[in-house]
Design a protein. Sequence first.
Length: 190
Amino acid sequence: MKKGNESKPKTSSPSAFLAFWSSLPGILTGVAALITAIVGLYLALAPRESRRTDANEMPTPYVTPTAATSPGNCFEQEFAKVYPLEVGSGGQGIESKDGALRIKLAENRVAIGALRLKFYRAGDYFELEQVVDGQCRPVEGLRNLSRQSPVDTNNKPKNWDTLQIPLGRHEYSLRLGCDGGNCSADFQKL
């Protein structure tokens, strides 16, 4: 004997699939999947430095001068607490204390050089005190691309000038500027 309540077995069809995606639960599911994909892609591709959530975690870019540095240990002594400026990172803020700046230059999170300099507001220029490569050797042959001149005691970089720095087998540009007490730098590979 057959029961009158028996139903036919359910089969999936294209119309049932489309009906789900056009319903409110389907739309919410699609939006959630899209948001998850965008956030996952951002986290996978964003530089590690931009993922910091606590500004207090960042080391201060200014380090109090220590005893005289010898070749090979300048990064451990003088630039240890300096937050690196990564190639291609765009304009980044640099902390200045009384015009004194320390900048550690990095490519692919590897230190390739460092600068110690002072900004003089009165003359609107920078005085380079130390420029070293990744092995703490002095760097020679710096040029001021903005003024097409070598950087030396007679040709000091002005505010917002771009320097050309030879580090290893590559050339890099570093644009420096200070406005009030806020300084920033843009570091690029040429």
